[in-house]
Design a binder for this molecule. Structure first.
Ligand code: ADP
Ligand code: MG
Length: 723
């Protein structure tokens, strides 16, 4: 048995199990051992059914009886009811909104049920209990732990923390526990090689792979599980860092066009801006020019709140590139590609660039799915619609030095003569692979400037953007009116609508954001009160704002439908846009100056901040009404941060600490496991992993002396780049 062996070589699996394991991404024995428990239960804390008291949280071992899906007779809420029986008695079990539970367990199944004892004397029931199937041996083990001698003799070393795994139908925690045991018993761990160099383990006091695997799956005490998880967290961040840092070293050896615009050139260009650049913008420009001068590809991420002026910085970088004298006469001019995630954004950038370059005329192209444009037209001097073929020709022969566009930019047919700089706006919207595709358009690697308005915590930035240099635009242009953010209590809803009406009357527009698209899904408890885009749009039109145009926007619409609605909103054919969080990214409708966010507590703070960013664009006073469903103290306290925080980064840090890493939007595309995400709460650990990875790559950039490490890093690289 080897860790790299496929599971099917050693386990007889049903089709259902195979597909469940597949879903969990478990193919090899290594995958199995790296499928970590999501939590641990303490055995031995069980109560007996006789003696339960209302209000108590209890764990009970017993057998299930007669589970049945029903509807509650009053509110018609779907539910499951049944009984749990142990040696001392019987208690009712009740799950609200989870009718499917009835089908998951047969009568007679032995389980450990954990839930709250609810109801009054004589009518007690366990509310929404968690069930964990257990074997008879396990049940015995629980029983033995309850024996008083054992408790007294060795209470601190209760030896059976019970691993509870992320399950999928067919593979339960019980299955995982026994599968892991089988692998351990076969002695696989004895010849498992540790990828992390021993001196590092020692330095950070981390357990070896062998020990950590045992501790994470079969801990004798919580401390062991904690130590093991810390090791795996370190391991994951270390691997990601190695991969990113290796990439970075390789890149730094590549050649790129050396951009030679002088400070004087740049100062002249910026002097024509209709505003004075902020100190943060100037600093960013310095860093970018420094990178591009060096003759090796720049990889820089510019992170700045919505409205912090990233486009102007991109324009300066573009100017520097096209202004650089090519090495020889025949060479044409250096080129810039600027990619945005949506057509509307691409058009906006096109228009901004035309303005920024007013005094330094160059040809600028726009390519999107729905058409191609060029500025200036040879005839009219304005923007002109040209054929795709014509545009591609002028890009290929270098006549168009700056090309702005959507994904259409990546297509094979788009060929540059001398692509020197790639700018990617809202870069998190593109996969690593898409970014790379654009970057590989020419024989020489271009400089890469990524931009994002998504504030992410520092630890996350250090990890996933380990191969990028980071510049923060942490300052807003002066004179912007601070957006007025108000938390609206249920009793204040009417007043909020009246305020909105005033704004609409003066010709402004508004957004209303809802957490859901459709009518609530009756199977899900949380959905019961959440407002949906479709229903809310209808209600607003019928009951509140019959005199205004209202339309909707959500992710299930086609790109064309979305673009059309946005265009109509942009042209003020729509007054109120009711939308899901899809409007979060980038779109600029300066006339929209009020945003009302329903079910606000369902969003992360940084997401709320992003949404609010939709209305900071103009000089008109903007408002953000945050409407929570509940008025619990903790909800209110959390939302208050929106009023007080200085910028999006602060809010992202709060999200990480208060709601946990799972809340950070976009986590899927980063390829980080739950344990890795947990690690992001620990700045020290992330910094240590990063420092060590840097040191190792510096010493041995191909990891030649660490074959296993090198192999694992390769695998990870392949996975992230395939996406
Ligand atoms: P974002 O960072 O969200 O992409 P933009 O680049 O779209 O921001 O800039 C938002 C607005 O602020 C634009 O209208 C832009 O012209 C303006 N702007 C940018 N920099 C400054 C500045 N230093 N002073 C005043 N206005 C600025
Ligand atoms: Mg922008």
């Amino acid at each position: 048995m080897l860790l790299s062996n496929s599971l099917t070589e050693h386990f007889r699996l049903t089709d259902q199990q195979k597909s469940a394991l597949n879903k969990l991404g478990i193919k090899t024995l290594r995958d199995l051992l790296y499928h970590f428990p999501s939590r641990y239960d303490i055995a031995g804390g069980e109560a007996t059914i006789t003696g339960l008291m209302s209000g108590q949280e209890a764990a009970i071992i017993g057998t299930l009886e007669k589970l049945e899906a029903k509807k509650s007779w009053k509110s018609r809420v779907p539910m499951t009811e049944g009984y749990l029986q142990d040696a001392t008695g019987k208690i009712k079990l009740r799950w609200f909104n989870q009718p499917y539970i009835a089908k998951m367990y047969a009568s007679g199944t032995l389980v450990r049920a954990v839930g709250k004892v609810t109801g009054s004397e004589g009518k007690l029931y366990l509310a929404n209990p968690q069930l964990q199937k257990i074997s008879a041996t396990e049940a015995g083990l629980f029983a033995s732990q309850k024996s008083p001698e054992k408790k007294e003799a060795d209470f601190s070393a209760i030896s059976d923390l019970f691993a509870v795994y992320p399950e999928s139908s067919g593979v339960t925690s019980l299955w995982f526990r026994s599968a892991v045991k089988k692998v351990f018993d076969a002695g696989v761990l004895d010849n498992s090689e540790d990828a992390i160099p021993a001196p590092l383990l020692k330095k950070y006091n981390l357990p070896t792979l062998r020990t950590a695997l045992i501790w994470v799956h079969q801990p004798k005490e919580a401390k062991q599980a904690d130590a093991a998880r810390k090791r795996f967290a370190f391991e994951e961040v270390f691997m990601i860092q190695l991969e990113r840092q290796r990439e970075r070293v390789l890149q730094s050896k590549e050649k790129s066009f050396s951009i030679e615009a002088t400070h004087k050139d740049i100062a002249e260009f910026m002097a024509e801006f209709p505003f004075e650049a902020t100190a943060a913008q100037k600093k960013a420009v310095e860093a970018i020019l420094g990178d591009m001068r060096a003759g090796h590809p720049m990889s820089r991420l510019l992170e700045g709140d919505v409205g912090s002026g990233k486009t102007a910085v991109a324009a300066v970088a573009a100017y520097a590139a096209v202004h650089t004298r090519p090495p020889s006469q025949s060479f044409g001019t250096l080129q810039v590609a600027y990619m945005a995630p949506t057509e509307i954004l691409a058009k906006q950038h096109f228009e901004s660039f035309i303005k920024f370059f007013t005094h330094f005329p160059i040809n600028i192209g726009l390519i999107t799915g729905s058409g191609c444009y060029k500025f200036p037209s040879k005839v009219s001097g304005g923007v002109t619609n040209i054929s795709r073929t014509q545009l591609l020709k002028w890009v290929a022969n270098g006549e168009i030095p700056v090309l702005i566009g959507t994904h259409a930019l990546i297509e094979k047919a788009v060929q540059f003569k001398h692509l020197a700089l790639v700018v990617i706006d809202e870069q998190h919207r593109f996969g690593t692979n898409q970014r790379r595709k654009l970057a590989k358009k020419d024989k020489q690697l271009p400089h890469l400037l990524s931009m994002t308005a998504t504030p992410i915590p520092r630890t996350l930035a250090l990890t996933i953007y380990g191969d990028l240099d980071l510049t923060l635009l942490d300052e807003m242009p002066p004179g912007r009116k601070r957006i007025i953010t108000q938390i609206v209590k249920p009793t204040e809803r009417k007043a909020a609508y009246e305020h909105m009406r005033k704004e609409l009357e003066t010709g402004q527009q508004a957004y209303v954001i809802c957490p859901r698209i459709d009518e609530p899904d009756p199977d899900k408890a949380f959905a019961l009160q959440a407002k949906s885009v479709k229903a809310e749009a209808k209600r607003l039109k019928k009951d509140i704002f019959p005199e205004y145009e209202i339309d909707i926007l959500h992710s299930k619409m086609t790109p064309k439908e979305k673009d059309d609605v946005m265009a109509q909103f942009s042209n003020h054919e729509i007054d109120i846009l009711v939308a899901t969080s899809v409007v979060e990214v980038g779109v600029n409708v300066p006339n929209a100056t009020l945003i009302m966010i329903e079910g606000a507590e369902r969003f992360g703070l940084s997401q709320l901040h992003q949404l609010r960013g939709r209305v900071v664009r103009s000089n008109h006073q903007a408002y953000c009404f945050v409407v929570p469903e509940s008025k619990g103290e903790s909800t209110m306290a959390r939302l208050k941060a929106l009023v007080t925080a200085k910028n999006g980064f602060e809010l992202a840090e709060q999200d990480l600490l208060q709601r946990g890493p799972g809340e950070l939007s976009g986590r899927k595309q980063w390829g980080i496991s739950d344990i890795g995400m947990e690690a992001l709460k620990n700045l020290k650990l992330v910094e240590a992993a990063r420092t060590e990875a840097l040191a190792l790559i510096k010493k041995d950039e191909t990891l030649a002396a660490y074959p296993l490490l090198s192999q694992l890093v390769d695998e990870r690289a392949r996975q992230t780049h395939l996406e």
